[in-house]
Ligand binder design. Structure first.
Ligand code: PA5
Length: 451
């Protein structure tokens, strides 16, 4: 199997010669620090050697649990938010049929997601939809105390028990949480749910190759062995012993830091030309945003789906403020073949495309966009996937994770904490009069009265 590839000549041309190379020693030191556990946040480096440490026994256990859920459920609701949600959704949406929802013939359960918002209508409509479904629940929360997930789980557990009876519900509810603490652990132990532990040393956004991602992905009928094999090959290909000039993670981290720190490019736009990759970009946004956006610095990670967004954000990207660079995930081969059709009237003037692969048209849109955006002052990086399958998605995940650790290290931040996400929670709890927040409640009300 080949590897995903990285191309950045159309980014390097925006920098002085030698700039990217000058970042490579820092990238190499960062990789060594990740491997040796000497970087800031070194108690959260369990993901670095995760692919190579997953045993066949562990993967078999995940597959057996998935099989039991698949046999008993037509629908599986995954409750989780942030790192306890995005990885699974990214992989499932990249790999399953785009119309699984509508075409489901019962071969695979539909995987739905909840616990990632506090939308009353969303939750009401979800519960309503589930009324006549044989559904199961995977409750994912490392802390076990996240409001969004806990709310969804309360609703789903009750409904599952009401519809199936408590005994049967216990067979189709799985918890993925901390080994000892938090509500999810206590409930799982009390009810005897099958449960998995999220390793202490793996943060949420780096947890897709733990049960957090692997169980929902296996439930969707996808090949987690291949996913892990891909990640494992990328772990090897990006180890510290590999020549840094050939190390994809070092190169991507070097290029983006050079563009940010030397080129004044503050925003990275991750673009794809395959709608299936939409949630890969959502996962990537969390990975990079939460890892790098701190101490008043960090590239802002944005994402677009092309060609769709060329008809909305295309204008801004082409001619707006020149503080952006673009990273395109390019897919070499599609899974299916479809030809541009003939039309007798040819009113749209498109018969010249008749008989061409739709993907060829897409590829020309991609190339045309790259040239236009580079001409418009937007540095361009390409990550080339030979195909969208479990193996290459596994490679892509590990590539982005390690490059993120390296990039944060070059930037000089602790890439593995997220102190900023507590601010909204503190205010929300104060506003909702959570016991223990009396002083904060008083202060926030006084502040609101003054404002
Ligand atoms: O990356 C992270 O750490 C966060 O996105 C968390 O995963 C998210 O807040 C959910 O937390 P928990 O798994 O504790 O419910």
């Amino acid at each position: 199997m080949e590897n995903i590839r990285l191309e950045f000549t159309k980014a390097a041309s925006f920098l002085k010669p030698g700039t990217i190379e000058s970042y490579l020693p820092k990238a190499q030191s960062a990789i060594e620090a990740l491997e040796q556990g000497t970087c800031p946040g070194n108690d959260f480096l369990g993901w670095v050697n995760l692919p190579s440490s997953l045993t066949p026994e562990f993967l078999s256990d995940i597959k057996a649990t998935a099989q039991a859920l698949r046999a008993n459920c037509d629908t599986i609701v995954v409750a989780g938010i942030g790192g306890s949600y995005l990885g699974a959704r990214a992989v499932i949406e990249a790999l399953q049929n785009s119309f699984q929802w509508l075409t489901n013939q019962g071969e695979n359960p539909n995987i739905l997601f909840a616990g990632n918002n506090i939308g009353e209508d969303y939750l009401y409509e979800l519960c309503d939809y589930l009324k006549d479904k044989k559904f199961g629940v995977i409750n994912i929360s490392k802390s076990g105390t996240t409001t969004e997930t806990a709310l969804a789980f309360r609703l789903l557990r009750k409904q599952c028990e009401d519809q199936r009876g408590r005994e049967d519900a216990r067979k189709v509810i799985v918890a993925i949480t901390d080994a000892k603490k938090g509500a999810a652990r206590i409930t799982a132990d009390k009810e005897g749910y099958k449960s998995y532990i999220i390793p202490d040393n793996v943060g949420g956004r780096f947890s897709v190759l733990t049960p957090v991602g692997l169980l929902p992905i296996a439930c969707a009928g996808l090949d987690i062995d291949q996913l892990v094999a891909g990640a494992r090959s990328m772990e090897e290909a990006t180890a510290a012993k590999v020549d840094v000039k050939n190390n994809l993670c070092a190169l991507y981290a070097a290029v983006r830091n050079a563009l940010y720190l030397e080129g004044g490019k503050k925003i990275e736009i991750l673009a794809n030309f395959q709608p299936k990759l939409h949630f890969i970009a959502e996962w990537w946004k969390q990975l990079y945003g939460e890892s790098e956006g701190k101490e008043n610095k960090g590239i802002f990670p944005a994402a677009v789906d092309f060609t769709t967004d060329l008809h909305s954000m295309g204008q801004w990207i082409q001619e707006g403020e020149r503080t952006i660079f673009e990273t395109v995930i390019s897919v070499e081969t599609t899974q299916h073949k479809l030809l541009f059709p003939h039309d007798d009237e040819n009113l749209d003037g498109l018969n010249f495309l008749e008989g061409k692969r739709v993907d060829e048209v897409n590829k020309m849109a991609e190339l045309g966009t790259q040239l236009a955006h580079v001409d418009g002052g937007v540095p361009n990086i390409r990550i080339v996937l030979p195909a969208i399958n479990e193996y290459y998605i596994g490679q892509l995940i590990y590539f982005f994770e390690k490059a993120c650790g390296v990039s944060g290290n070059i930037l000089g931040v602790n890439a593995f904490n997220q102190p900023g996400v507590e601010a909204y929670k503190k205010n929300m709890f104060a506003l909702l009069n959570k016991p223990g927040y009396e002083a904060e409640s008083k202060a926030i009300r006084e502040r609101l009265e003054k404002e």
